[in-house]
Design a protein around this ligand. Structure first.
Ligand SMILES: Nc1ncnc2c1ncn2[C@@H]1O[C@H](COP(=O)(O)OP(=O)(O)OP(=O)(O)O)[C@@H](O)[C@H]1O
Ligand SMILES: [Mg+2]
Length: 306
């Protein structure tokens, strides 16, 4: 594969995804303020950020399902924003998407779900498709459940089935939106290992949107922190690890963006994110300015992660 996890050779290659000045507005709401992001072949890029920070919206633009208001998104060196639907469908065959719910068709078995993209996008014989489906189900550990319907399998199995379907056309890029959301810790860890295995064994490039920090640190080669429609930082996982583990007195000397990232990584109850929330003038808009607002301490909110 193309030097994914050591990150060195991959850096010299051309990006497989290039975002430049990508902004998105819905009506008067600016969701993304114009971000730049390069994803290199073979790497796993984790995009993290709080709820509503614009993660899913970024992903939806990268897969060409909604257009950016401004900016350019290139996949495989070609601007997808300038493509018509036919051209876009050609590009879509080269990447897979794992949606939050798995997005399986309930009236089809697991195997039929995985076979669907092959029927839709290839002229392969049914026997060949059968073999392809078996290989993909084996990859995600679902071969024995091929003939079950989505209602008959667990949430984690649905995720894996969705992943097998995303892999059906041997994509070069896999996009994941919250792959471990709603899963128990062990199942979630299994999905993480699967993402790593696909990257190592098949050399796929992965873009993973998540706010699960354990998962992010397990799978990422590089990470991008999104906050209120801005990418605050794109860096190697090791940079984020060092920031997370930095002693509080040292970190206190950092700028606001990095202190904010650190709070997010650690799940600390206090820091720039909470200060900002408390000063967000919602209450003031409702009740008028308060002479002195006291933030109650939240002793029950111990950080659950380092
Ligand atoms: N189609 C849409 N029309 C209008 N507003 C939208 C649309 N899609 C997203 N938004 C808004 O964009 C903002 C970012 O949403 P997005 O789904 O990208 O957040 P997110 O970072 O994925 O959050 P979460 O972690 O909760 O999934 C939200 O305020 C949302 O209401
Ligand atoms: Mg989302």
């Amino acid at each position: 594969m193309m030097a994914a996890r050591d990150g060195t050779a991959a850096r010299e290659a051309e990006p497989i995804i290039r975002c430049r000045g990508v902004a998105k507005r819905f009506g008067t709401q600016t969701v993304l303020r114009g971000f730049n992001l390069d994803v290199m072949p073979g790497e796993t890029m984790v995009i993290m950020g709080g709820s509503g920070s614009g993660k899913s919206t970024s992903l939806r633009m990268m897969i060409g399902s909604i257009p950016p208001t401004e900016g350019v998104i290139e996949l495989f060196g070609r601007n997808i924003c300038a493509m018509d639907e036919d051209e876009l469908n050609g590009v879509r065959k080269r990447f897979g998407i794992l949606f939050q719910s798995g997005a399986l068709f309930n009236s089809m078995t697991v195997a039929e779900n995985v076979a669907l993209p092959l029927h839709e996008h290839t002229d392969l014989d049914p026997e060949i498709i059968d073999i392809q489906v078996k290989i993909k189900l084996e990859l995600v550990g679902l071969r024995e459940h091929a003939d079950k319907y989505p209602a008959q399998i667990s949430g984690g199995m649905k995720k894996r089935a969705g992943l097998a379907r995303a892999l059906a056309l041997d994509p070069q890029i896999l996009f994941y939106d919250e792959p471990s959301a709603g899963l128990d810790p062990v199942t979630s860890a299994q999905i993480d290992q699967l993402i790593i295995a696909l990257s190592k064994q098949l050399g796929v490039t992965s873009v993973v949107v998540t706010h699960e920090m354990d998962s992010a640190f397990t799978i990422a080669d590089r990470m991008a922190m999104l906050d209120k429609g801005r990418i605050l930082k794109v860096a190697d996982r090791s940079w984020y690890e060092a920031l997370r583990d930095e002693p509080t007195d040292v970190a206190a000397k950092r700028g606001e963006d990095e202190r904010l990232i650190r709070q997010f990584l650690r799940g600390d109850p206090d820091g720039p994110i909470t200060e900002r929330q408390s000063s967000d003038a919602y209450e003031e808009a409702l009740f008028g300015p308060e002479p002195e607002r006291v933030l109650l301490p939240t002793p029950s909110l111990e950080p659950t992660r380092r």
